[in-house]
Write a protein that binds this ligand. Structure first.
Ligand SMILES: [Zn+2]
Length: 110
């Protein structure tokens, strides 16, 4: 068991930081035994990069939604609507994947 710093965001996401202290099972200098323990946690006020990306993609998604509604009223925008609908589906998958990796990380709290 070796000790590492940990960073934790307000949204619950966390990551390992610098290696701090070796345990007595590991005798090789500079090596770690593979089992990580928290030495110290620094808490950040903001949300993590993943949340940031989700927010941005979500904003784009909503904008596309509004665009499509507008185009439907305007008429003659069928090709654009089809393309945007596809983009929205892609975006939806991306958001889902980001959300999933965030959930996984939160669940693996040590
Ligand atoms: Zn987050």
């Amino acid at each position: 068991m070796c000790y590492f710093e940990q960073t934790r965001w307000a949204c619950g996401y966390w990551k390992w930081g610098n290696f701090r202290q070796q345990c007595n099972k590991e005798y090789r200098t500079g090596e770690t035994c593979g089992l990580k323990l928290v030495y110290d946690t620094s808490y950040l006020d903001g949300v993590c990069k993943i949340c940031d990306q989700i927010t941005k993609k979500d904003r784009r998604y909503r904008k596309m939604e509004q665009d499509i509604q507008r185009w439907q009223h305007e008429g003659n925008r069928r090709a654009t609507i089809e393309k945007t609908t596809k983009d929205m589906a892609d975006l939806n998958i991306q958001i889902g994947a980001l959300y999933h990796s965030h959930q996984e990380k939160q669940r693996s709290i040590c």
